[in-house]
Design a protein around this ligand. Structure first.
Ligand SMILES: [Cu+2]
Length: 361
């Protein structure tokens, strides 16, 4: 029997949240900016108790670096496929018995040999961007290892949070799952005039669910596992990854923060609720100021039964932590998978998947 190489479960809120580095475009010519972004393999620890996982990344970062531009800044990105041509695909895919999707490991099923031999065939789509057609990352405009695709982004739209992700025909779900996704922020003068919390007080949160393979004796190996159940293509996984870390914590000061959320999961909906130390719902200190298209006409309250985010949806939130100095808050997901919309919910009585932790200093 294979020797245990990892733990059988993971400690929640052990690792600090990471924020990916920001890439700022370089001037190329008059009013034209350029960025070169390489797709590369990397080995990343998703949790400090896990062995490193093999992932595919943009520029070695999981998730990809944040690309930040100003409204109207004309940007050309060279998407360079520097993934290895002949190595096995970095994730294991399996179809497992009903009821097993939230368990780590393959549940006794063989892995999908077609997925294991997929070539590194990629194309990048800027989700939510108003992009000219030939730069939009059509699913069939794929590039293989060693090939470069050039995309022009005019960024002529209001300040908002977008994301770039792989879009290759037929295998988007697997390529995004390997790690090929990153955030893209557009700034403008209207946003700057509002003097919203910025710098260390503006935190992007990319939420994704994942599963992990195990050894025969149940130890987590760190290997990413795309496990779906018989008769369904939808993926739901038991581990919540935020900015590439499973169940992280974030130390915050007793002040206002701007949290910029993106649901980057393949199928999972989240209904997010903030709980105080006593487990009481504390959503009244959260104001939503923006959504997919950018800033709203006016701020709105978050629904008291939680903020629902579908895959690819974004929410721009201002959270006022001043009332909770010294407390530990929890950001939890109360949605089932698949999502069943019920107006009433009881956060004591329904199963809660802990998705993150905000700890006040
Ligand atoms: Cu998309």
């Amino acid at each position: 029997m294979e020797k245990s190489t990892g733990p059988t479960s993971l400690t929640k809120f052990k690792d600090c949240l990471r924020v990916p580095p920001t890439l700022r475009p370089q001037i190329k010519a008059d009013q034209q900016y350029i960025l070169r972004v390489h797709m590369r393999p990397a080995r990343v620890q998703l949790h400090s108790e896990l062995p490193p996982s093999e992932v595919w990344t943009y520029e070695g970062s999981l998730p990809g670096p944040i690309i930040e531009v100003s409204r109207g800044q004309r940007l050309q990105v060279e998407w360079i496929n520097a993934l290895p041509q002949a190595e096995p695909y970095p994730i294991t895919a399996v179809t497992a018995p009903d009821g097993s999707q939230n368990e780590p490991g393959r549940s006794g099923r063989p892995s999908n040999s077609t997925v294991a031999t997929l070539p590194p065939w990629t194309v990048v789509h800027l989700h939510g961007g108003r992009t000219i057609a030939n730069s939009d990352g059509w699913t069939e405009n794929g590039a293989l290892s060693g090939q470069i695709t050039t995309s022009d982004y005019t960024n002529d739209q209001q300040a908002t949070l977008l994301w770039y992700h792989d879009h290759a025909m037929g295998i988007t779900r697997f390529n995004v799952y390997t790690g090929l996704a990153g955030l893209y922020i557009i700034r403008d003068a209207e946003e700057a005039a509002l003097h919203l919390p910025s710098g260390p007080y503006e935190i992007p949160l990319l939420l994704q669910d994942r599963n992990l393979d195990t050894t025969p004796d149940g130890a987590l190996t760190g290997r990413l596992l795309h496990k779906v159940e018989d008769g369904t293509m939808e993926f739901f996984g038991p581990f919540t990854l935020i900015n590439g870390t499973i169940w992280p914590y974030l130390p915050v000061e007793a002040r206002q923060y701007r949290l910029r959320l993106l649901n980057g999961s393949n199928s999972r909906f989240y209904r997010l609720v903030l709980l105080d130390e006593q487990g009481k719902v504390a959503l009244d200190k959260i104001t939503q100021i923006g959504t997919d298209g950018g800033l709203l006409g006016r701020p709105v309250a978050v629904p008291q039964d939680g903020l629902i985010l579908a895959p690819a949806e974004r929410a721009d939130l201002i959270v006022d932590f001043r009332a909770w100095r010294g407390q530990r808050l929890r950001l939890v997901n109360t949605a089932g998978a698949p999502l069943i919309t019920v107006r009433q919910f009881n956060h004591q009585g329904c199963p809660i998947l802990i998705t993150g932790s905000l700890t006040l200093k």
